[in-house]
Unconditional design. Sequence first.
Length: 347
Amino acid sequence: MKIFKIKKSKIRNIDFENLDFGSVFSDHMFSCSYVDGKWNNGMIEPYKPILIDPSARSLHYGQACFEGMKAYKDKNGKTWLFRPLENYKRISKSCERLAMPVPNKEIFIEGIRKLVELDKDWVKPGLGNSLYIRPFIFADQPSINANEANQYKFMIICTPAKLYYSGKVKVKIEKSYSRAAKGGVGYAKAAGNYAAQFYPTMLARDRGFQQIIWTDSSSHEYIEEAGTMNLFFRIDDTLITPPTSDSILDGITRKSLIEIAKNSGIKVKIRPLSVKEIVNAHSSGNLKEIFGCGTAVVVLPIAGFGHEDNYYEMKEIKNSWSATLKKKLNEIQYNISKDPFNWRVEV
């Protein structure tokens, strides 16, 4: 792997206390190409715009997918990744579903490690601070022939991050639009999945909500996920989350929270959950918490949800499970506590 270092870092010009998520990028980027049936070794070079042909197939037919992960810095200055192999497994599934070649595991892991090591000063210590890592793959073959491409680009860029959301978040249960259908690409981190949800989310924001809870596309009766988050519901003394499927993303934060919850003695059920059950549980007082989770948001409590013409406010509770689970997850990620699951990987 070739490495070309930047002559002068731009880090001194960055206000790390006032970051707009995903708008500031670290000094370097990684890229490699798929040509003639194989990936090359790639290189790291200063972050800059790239050239792309107007007929590149990703621009016309959407052959593009990505991952989201983070690097964390502990109080001793060591930098850590969190479950990077899970991100590799998931991007492999995304590539397969979109008829794209899967990068070699060594290229994926070493590209991330070397890039983060080179830009380690961009990883700030302290809870809430991280370096968000965005690996992505797209078809750059110059041709508008409507079939799978034979030329691709794999890249990794990094952006320093703080909290994705601040304040209370309200969500609307969607009954008209769908994020994904059975047999589709909902389980993949395909770029088009996110474009398709922008318009319904914009409509929800106009009504005072920050995000949408998506329901199944056939009946709109069962909960799936919310925006960029998987969902958990605390009903009485049980934590419930919908099962992953071909229309629900297999979130790495989600599966980590499930393990932490079970290890903490919390009863966890992975089963279908209907909108009717959620509304009835709220009405009876049995619905104690709703929270979303994901790499960017970590764990995000839901302040209330809208369904049809009604709004259901969630009561604030002390010693919430969402706060407890977030604390335990963060302590593993930031090397504050022991890691009984062997999830941390030192850079």
